[in-house]
Design a protein around this ligand. Structure first.
Ligand code: NAD
Length: 259
């Protein structure tokens, strides 16, 4: 198989959590363009349906829109059942859904802390576990990609994000743990750590607007990343050219963590 063909994902079955918009939508698009069939999983059912329809029309992939809250084990189980009913297998899991809260540590309520940890860390555990359980049963194994953040590596200022930073650092160590546990059983687990990416998460809050100007001023590239700038690394990790790559975290941040 030549190197370009190793990047193709023809006939593979994938799910993408947080797939309705932002980074998830962009990576789901790339998976479909590379030949995979993709289940768009999101708590926002309407947006998930729109994205799934759009990808089916533009790429010809067989898509699925699934409403699931990744913090609810029963909903994650039901998501997996529907994926297996439709595709009969799961080759790629992009455990990506996440939220952010900018709240000073001394003001954060326990409920707010738990919400961030629940979605960003426990939600990644539940979805990666569900994917792994299926992939371990398949001779063909599979590839799991978790979304961490550059905030797992640095404490970025001036926004206070202790729960977010802790959750994303947890995602990296969870990724390494699963990679080691499943290494000899043909299930690879890696994470990506994006820098600031222009999505609704970062652009929707008016409070963040002045911060974005500050980030862009200090960022080595003087701009935020675009969701499509995360596509290639995820296609690489999902496919057959990365068979010796497991337990790794990939920082894609335009050198923000270098400063
Ligand atoms: P986004 O807010 O644009 O999209 C997140 C998606 O996740 C939404 O569609 C939302 O409905 C879904 N979601 C939220 N909670 C959910 C739940 N409980 N169950 C199922 N779906 C749920 O965000 P984004 O910028 O695309 O971020 C995606 C991931 O990338 C997140 O984990 C985020 O922390 C991470 N990240 C983002 C940036 C950035 O600058 N945008 C940087 C580093 C890491």
């Amino acid at each position: 198989m030549n190197i370009i063909d190793k990047f193709r994902l023809d006939g593979k079955a994938a799910f993408v959590t947080g797939g309705a918009r932002g980074i998830g939508k962009s990576v789901a698009t790339a998976f479909c363009e590379a030949g995979a069939n993709v289940a768009i999983v999101d708590i926002d059912e309407e947006e998930a349906k729109k994205t799934a329809r759009l990808l089916e029309q533009t790429t010809g992939a067989k898509t699925l829109a699934l409403k699931a809250d990744i913090t609810e084990p029963e909903q994650v189980d039901s998501m997996m059942s529907k994926i297996l009913d439709t595709y009969g297998k799961l080759d790629i899991a992009f455990c990506n859904a996440g939220i952010c809260m900018n709240i000073p540590a001394e003001e954060m309520t326990f409920a707010q802390w738990k919400k961030v940890i629940d979605i960003n860390l426990s939600g990644v555990f539940l979805t990666a576990q569900a994917a792994g359980r299926q992939m371990l049963k398949q001779e063909s194994g599979g590839s799991i990609i978790n979304t961490a953040s550059m905030s797992a590596h640095i404490v970025n200022v001036p926004q206070p994000q202790c729960a977010y930073n802790a959750s994303k650092a947890g995602v990296i160590q969870l990724t390494k743990s699963l990679a080691v546990e499943w290494a000899t059983r043909n299930v690879r687990v890696n994470s990506i750590s994006p820098g600031y990416i222009a999505t609704e998460l970062t652009l929707s809050s008016p409070a963040l607007k002045p911060l974005i100007e500050k980030w862009n001023a200090v960022a080595p590239l003087h701009r935020m990343g675009k969701p499509e700038e995360l596509q290639a690394i995820c296609v690489y990790l999902a496919g057959n050219s990365s068979t010796f790559t497991t337990g790794s975290d990939f920082v894609i941040d335009g050198a923000f963590t270098c400063i």
